[in-house]
Design a protein around this ligand. Structure first.
Ligand code: GLY
Ligand code: MN
Length: 455
């Protein structure tokens, strides 16, 4: 992969809006005092993609005429004493395919000598502060000064994954498959969620890799993003594990499976699981170049509504129920998002990633959480992750308001109050002819999952 070629492509994409682009790397983030930072260090994904330097406190400028300069701290003896020998600034510049390098302390004066600098919206306080000091403007002016043209060009370039990037995602998925199968095999009544978390954490760190986001490991699958790992595994409950890893180059996987603690889905769990599975398979089938991801979401939601109608929890016409938003009592999130160098790829740049110009999020509950609606193109990598959840507080609120009562059999639903939640998630490449589920295959049907739990 050529970082210089990527930067040149970007300047080309900027067209009439081209200018000097500032790439700002991340700093270490203090945990409880500055010398005790969150580790391992995670570089800003845009910096990783365009510059490739995997260390804190770097910045770079790329000019339309091809001039490029890397900025960093010169390696001094104190650093060598405390942190060991380091690559020189020159070596770092070579790695980034740049021919010039400068002391980071000179960046503000260089920035102030430039008429206009294009930069992405900073999302970390430390980057915002560094930029506002460098440009001599207030933090709020600094935020407003981010370049929409640069945002658009970066999104256009990074959304389409090269073969090398897809290989990275598949490398993450190979390891993720091993972790999921091992986690299934280690599940047993009386086991501890914290211990299982410790196991997967140890496996990941023993490769010097990291999670791509804080994992979700719970029998409260209905709490969409819970990070509570306390408690014991109880027979009769479903474990939901939503977890991904990232490779040393920062590429992510993002997988969810939901399986029975005691190794066998009850008939109620199996029925519900098979609705979610069918919804995911239908959604994957719908994926292809030119297909708006909003339609993929609608396909997933309609299969869920149809399945719940068959089970007697919903009633009426599935498509109409989905149009009205009644299914969102059970499926209140979007069916997926872009995946790549970030698990929610480029989410720091906002909805410009998932929505085309002129399109925006719906205000309807459920659909408002859809991160991705744009037409898909060959080379996009997306997650497909429908789910069914029983969220007691939401049910109580909707029932009190008789919300969507023509589509919801509230008495029947009450009987599932303590069911929890099921989600099934895979990572999918959009191909010329449709799509390909990435990775080696992770147990997904009822039979496959039960076999893995039993070991
Ligand atoms: N896997 C967590 C999420 O997509 O939000
Ligand atoms: Mn996801």
């Amino acid at each position: 992969m050529s970082f210089r070629a990527r930067r040149q492509t970007l300047h080309h994409l900027l067209g009439d809006d081209d200018g000097v682009v500032l790439w700002l790397g991340s700093t270490l983030q203090a945990r409880n005092y500055p010398a005790n930072p969150y580790m391992p260090f995670r570089q800003d994904s845009h910096f990783l993609y365009y510059v490739g330097v995997q260390a804190p406190d770097f910045a770079a400028l790329s000019y339309p005429d091809g001039t490029e300069v890397l900025f960093g701290h010169p390696v001094d003896m104190d650093t060598i004493v405390w942190e060991g020998p380091q690559p020189s600034l020159e070596e770092r510049a070579q790695q980034a395919e740049m021919t010039q390098w400068k002391d980071l302390s000179t960046l503000p004066s260089v920035l102030q000598s430039l008429e206009k600098v294009l930069y992405l919206p900073p999302f970390q306080a430390s980057s915002l502060l560094r930029l506002s000091e460098g440009l001599s403007v207030s933090p709020s002016e600094c935020r407003e000064g981010a370049s929409p043209a640069l945002v658009r060009a970066v999104v256009e370039q990074r959304l389409v994954k090269s073969d090398e990037e897809v290989e990275q995602i598949e490398a993450a998925l190979d390891f993720t498959a091993h972790l999921f199968h091992a986690a299934m095999a280690q599940t047993k009544p009386g086991g501890s969620y914290a211990q299982l978390l410790g196991y997967v954490t140890g496996e990941i760190r023993s490769r010097l890799w990291d999670f791509s986001f804080p994992p979700i490991l719970t029998h409260h699958g209905e709490i969409l993003h819970t990070h509570d790992y306390d408690g014991a595994m109880e027979s009769g409950r479903l474990v939901l594990l939503d977890m991904g890893v990232e490779t040393s180059l920062g590429y992510a996987s993002d997988i969810t499976r939901s399986w029975p603690v005691n190794g066998t889905y009850s008939s109620r769990q199996r029925d519900m699981y098979n609705i979610v599975l069918q919804s995911q398979l239908d959604a994957i089938d719908a994926i292809g170049p030119g297909v708006p991801y909003r339609d993929v979401h609608r396909v997933a939601a309609t299969t869920i509504a149809a399945g719940l109608i068959d089970l007697g929890l919903m009633k009426g016409d599935a498509e109409e129920a989905v149009r009205e938003g009644a299914h969102a009592l059970f499926f209140p999130h979007g069916v997926g998002h872009m995946l790549g160098g970030d698990v929610h790829d480029m989410e720091d740049l906002g909805d410009v990633v998932g929505y085309e110009p002129g399109d925006s999020r719906s205000s309807q509950f459920g659909l408002n959480f859809l991160r991705l609606a744009r037409p898909l193109a060959e080379g996009h990598v997306v997650t497909v992750e429908p789910g069914i959840y029983f969220i007691p507080a939401l049910l109580e609120q909707w029932r009190a308001a008789n919300k969507h009562e023509s589509f919801l059999n509230y008495d029947a639903i009450e009987d599932y109050l303590s069911f929890g939640g099921i989600r099934i998630e895979d990572d999918v490449l959009v191909t010329e002819g449709g799509s390909r589920v990435l990775g080696p295959g992770i147990a997904k049907t009822v039979d496959e999952v039960e076999a893995k739990i039993k070991g």
